[in-house]
Design a protein around this ligand. Structure first.
Ligand SMILES: C[S@@+](CC[C@H](N)C(=O)[O-])C[C@H]1O[C@@H](n2cnc3c(N)ncnc32)[C@H](O)[C@@H]1O
Length: 201
């Protein structure tokens, strides 16, 4: 099986891609401070958050991905605000109540979600996006349903937070391929501040 190191080394992925559009759109509503990007890959969201002023920790198992990410942080002038951690997410010790923003793009961390939510500071925001299980034909992401989110699985897993945004959609990419994705933004708050969707600011 091809490893992520081999994929990144072979240039199968763009080395400095744009951040996730939903993250880009909503970041100005997030609290400032410390961010954690889980399964950062070549660091597109981590570097974006650092450029937005966050102090960013970013985890990935891939040494090659992290080398590319470190280079991207340097070329964007944010190396001083980024900390690249080579680690295995399933066994990683997430610190408690630490991060104002946590992002996870296209890595299925559902088994660690309880610890990841515990790593949010009070009022901290979690952004997750991942491939969705769908009966529509799709060209992107893992084949079959096993490694995808089921319908509303991500939403259900975050109902102990304040859900600010959720979508589960099938979309056509610019290159014509079809992809199905679930995305959520949820804040570590409860009680009176609960609202879904969040009212316009
Ligand atoms: C599809 S890529 C997503 C990269 C990045 N989040 C993005 O959206 O551009 C999945 C990433 O998960 C990382 N990954 C896979 N299994 C992992 C594990 N057990 N621990 C840490 N990272 C892992 C891979 O190395 C790869 O960088």
């Amino acid at each position: 099986m091809t490893t992520w190191d081999e994929r990144f080394r072979a240039g199968e992925y763009p080395t400095d891609p744009d951040p996730s559009p939903v993250l880009e759109r909503y970041v100005e509503t997030f609290p400032d401070g410390r961010a954690l990007d889980i399964a950062t890959g070549t660091g597109r969201n981590a570097v974006f958050l650092a450029r937005e002023g966050y102090r960013v920790d970013a985890i990935d198992q891939s040494r090659v991905g992290l080398e590319i990410a470190r280079g991207n942080a340097e070329s964007h002038g944010v190396a001083g605000r980024t900390n690249w951690i080579q680690a295995d997410v399933p066994s990683f010790s997430f610190p408690e109540a630490t991060y104002d923003v946590i992002t996870i793009s296209f890595y299925r961390a559902i088994d660690r979600l309880a610890d990841i939510k515990n790593a949010l500071a009070d009022g901290g925001v979690l952004f997750v996006e991942h491939h969705l299980r769908t009966s529509d034909p799709v060209d992107v992401g893992p084949p079959g349903g096993r490694y995808r989110f089921g319908a509303n699985e991500l939403l259900h897993a975050c109902l102990d937070l304040t859900v600010l945004y959720f979508d589960a959609t099938t979309e056509q990419l610019e290159d014509g391929r079809t992809t199905a994705t679930a995305r959520i933004i949820a804040r570590n708050t409860t009680g009176r501040e609960q609202s879904y969707p969040e009212p316009e600011r």
